[in-house]
Design a protein around this ligand. Structure first.
Ligand code: HEC
Length: 152
């Protein structure tokens, strides 16, 4: 992709966000483009909606995964590439150290919003434990709510 087409893509993303589109996917894209985005493209829209919404009520890791993570990482956790890049969580060696997914869920990472802000410590632990023991991942050392608390 040459410089000109990158500019066009960025402009399109920023325009999409500015007109108030709040889909999660576009929100992610807007964040990755944030280096060049004017502040107005980021304020008040999806960011605010995400953080100010009430907490998730799903009671276990599987339901939380389906409700919160699957939209971006896909129901089979194999990720997706399209308008943005959503890494596979299936068979992902970076999940070996439990602190890494905990940090990402709590603090976000580039295009990934800090969805853990809307969960209790226990919910963050549950969803991480679910992902780390499903989709071909077999990491048995469970994360506790206390671990999550210290990562917040
Ligand atoms: C709005 C879309 C979105 C949602 C919702 C989302 N993620 Fe992500 N996630 C991303 C993107 C995009 C990345 C890649 C960030 C990067 O590397 O720049 C990512 C990265 C990650 C990573 C790091 C993967 C790696 O290989 O480094 C983990 C772990 C992760 N997400 C877990 C989760 C979990 C668990 C949930 C649900 C609680 C979740 N994500 C919800 C978009 C999302």
């Amino acid at each position: 992709m040459n410089k000109h087409s990158i500019f066009l893509v960025l402009s399109a993303m920023i325009a999409a966000v500015t007109v108030g589109s709040q889909s999660l996917a576009q929100r992610g894209d807007a964040d990755s483009a944030s280096a060049n985005a004017p502040p107005t493209a980021r304020s008040g829209d999806a960011d605010g909606a995400f953080v100010s919404a009430s907490k998730f009520s799903e009671p276990d890791g599987e339901k939380l995964y389906k409700r919160v993570c699957a939209g971006c990482h896909m129901p089979d956790a194999k990720g997706a590439t399209g308008a943005g890049t959503y890494p596979a969580l299936a068979r992902n060696r970076k999940l070996a150290a439990a602190g890494y997914p905990a940090y990402v869920v709590l603090h976000g990472l580039n295009g990934m919003p800090p969805v853990g802000q809307m969960m209790t410590d226990q919910q963050v632990a549950d969803v991480i434990n679910y992902v780390r023991t499903h989709f071909g991942n077999t990491y048995k050392d469970a994360v506790t709510a206390a671990d999550v608390k210290s990562t917040r």
